[in-house]
Design a protein around this ligand. Structure first.
Ligand SMILES: Nc1nc2c(ncn2[C@@H]2O[C@H](COP(=O)(O)OP(=O)(O)OP(=O)(O)O)[C@@H](O)[C@H]2O)c(=O)[nH]1
Ligand SMILES: [Zn+2]
Length: 209
């Protein structure tokens, strides 16, 4: 690790912890090693700039580590004409990377909550998915982190999150099963306690339970 290595705070909802972040030069050297490991020549013309591009792409693909979901959701408002029924944002597209193979999994998120202390801007629900999706994930963990962030910041009467995704580590490699989707969901509050509320969520999302 060279002298430019620096500590970075990873912003999760939990206690922030510090990791040592390698330098750009170290990241690029690692990419060159992987190119050679794959069987190609990192010094050939077409690959010379690839390590720099990969490092830049990683900054974007894993940009969620530098973002705080609490800040995304902190601004709520109450002027909604007394509306207190389900707010559902469905079909939020996301791209994440599985933490086992660092290969994409791609899908849609559906997020609902029952307001208690005000509502949040609708785009913020999509943004919170982005914050967590742009980290190394399992689909289960992604589901749990999204709903925990909503509960801790909005304090709703209940929340529901469903994710459906296709995992490239199951299609491009390994078991090679195409067209398989994985569904995960989590309910809290009224959604966890009341089967009717769950059924309303499924109906609005357009899925069977
Ligand atoms: N539960 C869960 N499993 C995942 C997720 N993404 C990938 N996996 C699985 O993680 C498992 C890792 O299994 P291992 O046996 O350690 O690794 P592997 O030899 O690469 O496994 P194969 O994919 O079966 O070739 C695989 O079964 C993947 O399908 C996820 O989001 N959630
Ligand atoms: Zn995987």
């Amino acid at each position: 690790m060279d002298a430019s290595a620096k500590l970075q705070t990873v912003k999760t909802l939990e206690q922030p912890r510090q990791i040592v972040r390698p330098s750009q030069a170290e990241a690029e050297a690692a990419v060159r090693t992987l190119i050679a490991w794959a069987g190609d020549d990192p010094e050939r013309e077409g690959l010379l700039d690839t390590p720099r591009r990969v490092a830049k792409a990683y900054k974007e693909l894993y940009g969620g580590y530098g973002q705080n979901p609490r800040e995304v959701l902190e601004r709520t408002f109450k002027e909604v004409g007394g509306y207190d029924d389900i707010v559902l944002v469905r079909d939020i597209p996301f791209h994440s990377h599985c933490e086992h193979h660092m290969v994409p999994f791609v899908g849609k998120a559906h997020i609902a909550y029952l307001p208690h202390d005000g509502v949040v801007g609708l785009s913020k629900l999509a943004r919170v998915v982005e914050v967590f999706a742009r980290r190394l994930q399992t689909q289960e963990n992604l589901t749990a982190q999204i709903i925990d962030a909503i509960n801790e910041t909005l304090n709703p009467r209940g929340a529901a999150v469903m994710l459906e995704a296709e995992h490239m580590c199951m299609t491009m490699r390994g078991v090679h099963t195409h067209g398989v989707s994985t569904l995960t969901h989590r309910f809290t509050g009224v959604f966890a306690e009341d089967r009717n509320e769950q059924d309303r969520f499924y109906a609005l999302v357009g899925k069977r339970a």
